[in-house]
Design a protein around this ligand. Structure first.
Ligand code: PGA
Length: 244
């Protein structure tokens, strides 16, 4: 299956950085991968215009579950879609940890994404303490079970396995550790969603860079990558895409 490589710019990026997205689109050639970039909300509309007609999709990094209302500072799935997004990252560990997002809230946001016609990328991952306590599989499969509503069946979506201790640290799990968790996620997806759970790509995220991308992307059940720091520069991001 075609790999899905998504860049998560996090809270980085001004107008001047749109040239990086343009360079990614220009450098893709006929790459046999799906590529997306999720810039901060302020750039979603401009990046969508800039990348119109290219193979690079644009996404949000979060959305509110409600479609509209008195929620100062928040952005809805409908607003992201209206701005040109087709993807949205949900349940990223920086939101789970920093904003107290629960699995139930993530599931509500997934429903919102589907309502707006967006393809959700639902993030799960264990902390270092949880891994050291031997609980990585239990934590991750529990997050999958509770964050993915039944409404996902028949709709395009992806899961991203991002061990919290690997995000932005330069540390990565071994490919055996990645394959072990991805296999557990696959089994849980099939248990929860049946056939639909058998097809959804499971991305790996956490310190993916050009030097380790090919090895990680070749591991069993790795359907792509969610890339933070190394997605900010087109040359790095293209180097990762080339590893797919
Ligand atoms: P990183 O971030 O690639 O900078 O480790 C990944 C992520 O948080 O999605």
């Amino acid at each position: 299956m075609q790999k899905l490589i998504v860049g998560n710019w996090k809270m980085n990026g001004l107008s001047a950085d749109l040239v990086e997205a343009e360079a990614v689109a220009a450098g893709l050639g006929d790459a046999a991968v799906r590529v997306g970039i999720c810039p901060p909300a302020t750039l979603v509309e401009r990046m969508s215009r800039t990348l119109a007609g290219t193979l690079v999709a644009v996404g949000g990094q979060d959305c509110r579950a409600e479609a509209s209302g008195a929620f100062t500072g928040d952005v809805s799935a409908e607003m992201l879609a209206d701005a040109g997004a087709t993807l949205v990252i949900l349940g990223h560990s920086e939101r789970r940890a920093g904003f107290g997002e629960t699995d139930a809230l993530v599931a509500a946001k997934v429903e919102a994404a589907l309502r707006a016609g967006l393809e959700p990328i639902v993030c799960v991952g264990e902390t270092l303490a949880e891994r050291e306590a031997g609980r990585a599989i239990a934590v991750v499969t529990g997050q999958v079970r509770r964050s993915l509503p039944a409404a996902l069946a028949g709709r395009p979506f992806a899961v991203a396995y991002e061990p919290v201790w690997a995000i932005g640290t330069g540390l990565t799990p071994t490919t055996d550790q990645i394959a072990e968790i991805h296999a557990a996620i696959r089994a849980e997806l099939v248990a929860v969603l049946g056939d639909a759970g058998a097809r959804a790509p499971i991305l790996y995220g956490g310190s993916v860079k050009p030097a380790n991308a090919a090895e990680i992307l070749a591991a069993a059940e790795v359907g792509g990558a969610l890339v933070g720091g190394a997605s900010l520069k087109a040359s790095d991001f293209l180097g990762i895409i080339a590893g797919a």
